[in-house]
Each structure stands twice: as structure tokens, then as C-alpha cells.
Design a binder for this molecule. Structure first.
Ligand SMILES: Nc1ncnc2c1ncn2[C@@H]1O[C@H](COP(=O)(O)OP(=O)(O)OP(=O)(O)O)[C@@H](O)[C@H]1O
Ligand SMILES: [Mg+2]
Length: 282
């Protein structure tokens, strides 16, 4: 039976959650939406029902978080609890029902981004873990890992960064760019620690979109086949040319009639014609 990290939300039954819970984690602007926009049609093409979800998409708290973040007065504890509320609502109303119906749940961030943000803001680690102890343990967490030097151009040349992604609440008097670098460096260090603790599958997110997509597909195929990921060669931070050339299961299985819409979505995103910023999960 599926487990949580400690407690179970009142009234929530963990029996019969036959679907798969797949998490894509990583810092602001690393490329999570881009990959989820590719993965969803790829999974659907295989006949899988997919629910994709992400931060601030709850009915209960999503809109209010966005409104509150337009101002700059939210305290770190309020911010954390606001996000925890959003997460709890989505867990109860979206993720658990979908898992019970056998869906693949693809989630753009999970509790780990929220923990990392809370930890860099100096909140007590025990308290932070306790807040999220009702979360389900996922089947896999793919961590799109990037160094700050690769993250900066990706973010600056696409959508820029905002007050919260720059940690301006922590370094209010600083230049926004300097603050972004400092804050993201601290955040990435927290992600790295969480990666060890929670056994993330690390994917080098400085690679190109296609390479990352191929790695995610290979990992997800294993999870869906019920194979333990630990038995597979773990994705490395630095890729070798042999790895790049390795075919992924979908490449060999696909028939001509199956291609079409998923392929078109793929082409669009790979050519930058998709809308990677959509489904923003901040
Ligand atoms: N592997 C990659 N190499 C280069 N650019 C990329 C890569 N992946 C995504 N991008 C580009 O980086 C920008 C941010 O990507 P995306 O919106 O997918 O990130 P995100 O992690 O979802 O960000 P957010 O935190 O805003 O939700 C986009 O312009 C996208 O095209
Ligand atoms: Mg996004």
C-alpha cells in the first residue's frame, strides 16, 4: 500500500491507489513545464490517462496565493502554510482520486520545492518536514539539476525573474540580479541535500531539451513497467555520447499510426513553438 511521510490526512484512504505518482522537481525556470508538455502527450499516446498538476493550481488557495504574491508583505511562515494548503487541497481533490482511478499523475514540483524555499528562509527543518508529513511518497522524483551559471542565461533570456524567485524578501536592499544569484545558489544547495535524503533521480538539466526528454522517458518507462530504478544506470550529471545515442523504449515501439498528435506537440516544443511558460508552477 502507498505510504505517506508520516501522517494521513483525515478521511483519506490510501487503499487502491493503483496509479503512479511521478514528480518533476527543480528550481525556477529550469525547464519543468517544457518537459511536462512533452511527457503528457507521450504518455497519452500509449493509452495512459494522465493528470498533470502543479503549484497554485488548487481551487482552495491557488488564486489567493497569486494575489498575495503580488504584494511583498507575506511572511515566510504564512507563505509556507499558504503553499501547504494549496498542496493539501490538490492532494486530496486531484492527485488521490486520479491515483485511485489508475492515472499517471505528473506533478510539476511537489513538496520538495516548498521545503527548499522554507529551509533557505531559515524555517526550522523539523517543523518543515512535519508540515508536509501528510504527503504521499511518490513512485519517483526526477530532479532537473542545473548550476546557477547555466540557469541565469536560461531565465534571463526567456521570461526574466520576479521578486520571489530572486529571494528579495530575504535580501531586500540588494540589486535584484545579485539577489537572484545568491538566492538561487542557496536554493540549489538545498535541493542537492534533499536529493540525497529523498533519493531523487538526478537529471542534468543543462543538457538540451531532447536529451532531457529522452532520459525522462526512459526513467518513466521503467517505473511504469514496475522495474526498480535503482537497477538501472542512474542518470549522471555529465552525460557521455554513448548515453545520448541509447534508444529509448518508445522509439522502438512506436508504430506509424501512433505518432501524429504527440509528435506534433513534441516538434513544437523542441522548436520552441510551444508555450513553455504555460502551466507555470510557482
Ligand atoms: N534544456 C533546455 N535548454 C535550453 N533552454 C531550455 C531548456 N528547457 C527549457 N528551456 C527554456 O527555458 C525557459 C524556461 O522553461 P520552462 O518554462 O519549461 O521552465 P519551468 O521550470 O517550467 O519554469 P517556471 O519556474 O517558470 O515554471 C523557456 O524559455 C524554455 O524554452
Ligand atoms: Mg513552469
Amino acid at each position: 500500500m502507498r505510504e505517506t511521510y508520516g501522517v494521513v490526512l483525515p478521511g483519506m484512504s490510501l487503499g487502491d491507489l493503483t496509479g503512479k505518482l511521478i514528480v518533476v522537481e527543480g528550481t525556477d525556470g529550469v525547464g519543468r513545464s517544457t518537459q511536462i508538455n512533452l511527457l503528457k502527450p507521450w504518455l497519452e499516446q500509449q493509452g495512459r490517462a494522465v493528470l498533470d498538476t502543479g503549484m497554485t493550481r488548487s481551487e482552495l488557495a491557488g488564486k489567493a496565493i497569486k494575489q498575495a504574491k503580488e504584494g511583498h508583505t507575506l511572511g515566510r511562515i504564512t507563505l509556507s502554510l499558504f503553499y501547504a494548503t494549496d498542496f493539501a487541497d490538490r492532494l486530496e481533490k486531484q492527485m488521490v482520486p486520479a491515483l485511485r482511478a489508475g492515472f499517471v499523475v505528473l506533478t510539476d514540483r511537489y513538496i520538495y520545492s516548498l521545503m527548499a524555499r522554507a529551509l533557505v528562509r531559515g524555517l526550522d527543518p523539523k517543523w518543515v518536514r512535519n508540515v508536509y508529513s501528510f504527503a504521499l511518497k511518490p513512485d519517483v522524483v526526477f530532479y532537473l539539476r542545473i548550476g546557477v551559471e547555466d540557469l541565469i542565461p536560461r531565465v534571463v533570456f526567456s521570461r526574466g525573474f520576479d521578486y520571489w524567485e530572486s529571494g528579495m524578501d530575504l535580501h531586500p536592499s540588494e540589486d535584484m540580479y545579485d539577489s537572484f544569484v545568491k538566492y538561487q545558489t542557496a536554493l540549489l544547495a538545498q535541493f542537492d541535500k534533499l536529493a540525497e535524503e529523498y533519493k531523487f533521480e538526478v537529471i542534468d538539466a543543462s543538457a538540451d531539451i531532447k536529451t532531457i526528454f529522452a532520459r525522462l522517458k526512459a526513467g518513466i518507462s521503467q517505473v511504469l513497467a514496475g522495474e526498480p530504478l535503482a537497477a538501472a544506470p542512474r542518470p549522471r550529471l555529465v552525460s557521455s555520447p554513448q548515453e545520448e545515442a541509447r534508444p529509448t523504449p518508445d522509439d522502438s515501439d512506436r508504430t506509424a499510426s501512433q505518432s501524429s498528435s504527440a509528435d506534433r506537440a513534441e516538434e513544437q516544443v523542441l522548436q520552441g513553438a510551444g508555450k513553455p511558460g504555460e502551466g507555470s508552477s510557482r
